[in-house]
Design a binder for this molecule. Structure first.
Ligand code: NAG
Ligand code: NAG
Ligand code: NAG
Ligand code: NAG
Ligand code: NAG
Length: 413
C-alpha cells in the first residue's frame, strides 16, 4: 500500500500527539471509550488533573459515572473545588480488581492526589478501602467518621502496575475536599507571597500601583506568578531601584504569566513563555526548561529554579524562584563565550498572549538608561539557546496558534 504524503503527515501527527504522554497512558483517551464517564473525563481535563495522572505511574483513578457527577455539579462548585474533590479520587497506589478483593487484613489506607497537593489538612487526603461482607469493596475518605458507603463497581482499564481505572458507586463524600474555595477575585496574591518567603517581592509589587493593577486584572482569567525568594530579591533591590519608572513596571510584570499553569503543565512543556510585560516588540519572555523533576526558567543571563508552590488553586498558581530572573530587555548579558552546538529544538510551550492591561509607553529599547552591564547575580552568562534557537522556536511559536500538534508534526519531519 502506498502512503500519500498527506496520510504520512497525518500519521506523523498522530504519533507525535500520542508520544507526548510520557508513561504511555492517556486517561482522557481511556475514558473516551466509556461514554458513561464523559462528565468525569471532561472535568479531569478542565482541572488539569488529566496531565497530572498521565505524568505518574502506580496510581488508581476511581471514576464515577455521569449521574454521580451531576449530583456533585448540582451544588455549583467552583472549578478549584471540583479539582479538590476529583483529586481525592486519584489514589497514589495501584489497585487492580484482584488486589482490591485481596487487601491484606481486609483494610488499607491509600494516599491520594488531594493529600499530595498539600491542600488537605490532617488525614483528609486519605481514602480507606475495606473488604466488607459479601465480597464487596467499600471506600470512604478517612475524615468521614468511619462511614464507608461508596462501593467498587467494576474495573474499566488495567495497565499493571502503572494505572488502574475503576468505577466506584458515587463521589467520595469529603467535607474538606468539597469545601468552597475563595473566589479568585478575593484572593490577595501579595499576602500569599508575603506569608511564604516572597515578602520583599510582594512589598515591591504593592509599592508599584501600575504593576499591581496588571496582576490584579489578570487573576480572573488565569495567572501564574514566579516570585523570587527574599534573599535573592533583597540582594537585587539596588539594581531594581536603578531602573527607569517604565523599566520597574515591566520588570515586575515580567514575573507574571497571563495563564494558569499547574506544575505538571510546566513539567510537560518546554519552550518560550510570554509574560504580563510582553508588549509587541518588547518581548519580555523567558524559556521554560525541564530536567526530570526540576523546572527551570531561563533568560540569556540567568537560570532560575522553581523551588516551591505557594498556591495552586485554579485559575491562580504561585511558585517561588531561587534567583531573580533578568529580562534581556533590561539587562545586557556579559559577552558570550564561543558558541556551543545548538541543542535540539524544543517544542514551544503554549505561549500565552500578552496580558490584557492598559499599556504604558514602550520601554526604551534595551539598555542605555538601565543598569545594563550589571552581571547576573550568579555570574552565569552562557545561554546559547536564547539566540541560536530563536528562529526555530519562533517559527514554532507562530504555528502553535494554528495547532500544537501541527508544530510537533513539522518538527518530526
Ligand atoms: C489523550 O487523548 C485525547 C483523546 O483521545 C487526545 O485529544 C489528547 O491529545 C491525548 N493527550 C496526549 C497527551 O496524548
Ligand atoms: C477503615 O475503616 C473501617 C471502618 O470505619 C475501620 O474499621 C478500619 O480500621 C479502617 N482501616 C484503616 C486502615 O484505617
Ligand atoms: C508503564 O510505564 C512504563 C514507563 O514508566 C512503560 O515503559 C510501560 O510500557 C508502561 N506499562 C503499561 C502496561 O502501560
Ligand atoms: C492585599 O493585602 C495588602 C495588605 O496585606 C493590601 O495592602 C492590598 O491592598 C491587598 N490587595 C488587594 C487586591 O486587596
Ligand atoms: C546605578 O546606576 C549608577 C549610574 O548609572 C551606577 O553608577 C551604579 O553602579 C548603579 N547601581 C547598581 C546597583 O547597579
Amino acid at each position: 500500500m502506498q502512503l500519500s504524503p498527506l496520510s504520512f503527515f497525518l500519521f506523523l501527527l498522530f504519533s507525535a500527539t500520542t508520544l507526548t504522554s510520557t508513561n504511555g497512558h492517556n486517561i482522557t483517551h481511556i475514558l473516551a471509550g466509556h461514554p458513561d464517564f464523559s462528565t468525569f473525563n471532561h472535568y479531569l481535563t478542565l482541572t488539569h488533573l488529566a496531565a497530572e495522572i498521565n505524568s505518574r505511574t502506580t496510581i488508581t483513578v476511581c471514576a464515577v459515572d455521569n449521574a454521580a457527577m451531576n449530583t456533585l455539579l448540582s451544588k455549583h462548585p467552583s472549578i478549584a473545588t471540583v479539582k479538590n474533590v476529583l483529586s481525592l479520587h486519584v489514589l497514589l497506589d495501584y489497585f487492580g480488581a484482584k488486589k482490591l478483593h485481596q487487601i491484606r487484613d481486609g483494610s488499607a489506607l491509600a494516599a491520594t492526589m488531594f493529600q499530595a497537593t498539600g491542600s488537605a489538612p490532617g488525614s483528609s487526603g486519605f481514602v480507606n478501602i475495606t473488604d466488607v461482607k459479601g465480597g464487596k469493596v467499600a471506600f470512604g475518605p478517612q475524615d468521614n467518621d468511619g462511614t464507608l458507603d461508596v462501593y467498587f463497581v467494576k474495573p474499566l482499564q488495567e495497565l499493571p502496575y502503572n494505572l488502574s481505572v475503576i468505577q466506584i458507586s458515587k463521589v467520595l463524600p469529603s467535607e474538606v475536599a468539597a469545601a468552597p474555595t475563595p473566589e479568585p477575585s478575593a484572593m490577595n496574591i501579595t499576602d500569599i507571597m508575603s506569608a511564604h518567603g516572597c515578602k520583599v517581592f510582594a512589598d515591591t509589587l504593592l509599592a508599584n500601583p501600575e504593576a499591581s493593577k496588571t496582576y490584579q486584572e489578570n487573576i480572573e482569567g488565569g495567572l501564574t506568578v514566579f516570585c523570587p525568594l527574599d534573599d535573592p530579591f533583597k540582594t537585587f533591590l539596588p539594581k531594581f531601584k536603578n531602573l527607569t519608572a517604565a523599566g520597574k513596571v515591566s520588570f515586575l510584570e515580567f514575573f507574571g504569566v497571563p495563564i494558569y499553569q499547574s506544575l505538571s503543565m510546566l513539567k510537560s512543556n518546554n519552550g518560550v513563555m510570554n509574560t504580563l510585560a510582553t508588549d509587541g516588540a518588547n518581548k519580555f519572555d523567558f524559556e521554560v526548561q525541564n530536567d526530570g523533576e526540576e523546572v527551570t526558567l531561563k533568560t540569556r543571563s540567568v537560570t532560575a529554579k522553581i523551588t516551591g508552590t505557594l498556591i495552586d488553586e485554579q485559575p491562580v498558581a504561585i511558585y517561588t524562584l531561587d534567583k531573580v530572573l533578568l529580562p534581556k530587555e533590561l539587562f545586557k548579558a556579559a559577552p558570550r563565550p564561543a558558541p556551543a552546538p545548538a541543542p535540539a529544538p524544543e517544542v514551544a510551550a503554549d505561549a500565552p498572549k500578552p496580558g490584557k492591561h492598559s499599556k504604558k509607553q514602550p520601554v526604551a529599547d534595551a539598555p542605555s538608561d538601565s543598569p545594563a552591564d550589571a552581571p547576573a547575580d550568579d555570574g552565569v552568562v552562557a545561554d546559547q539557546t536564547d539566540d541560536d534557537n530563536a528562529g526555530v522556536r519562533m517559527g514554532c511559536g507562530k504555528l502553535v496558534a494554528a495547532g500544537l500538534s501541527l508544530c510537533l508534526g513539522l518538527l518530526l519531519l
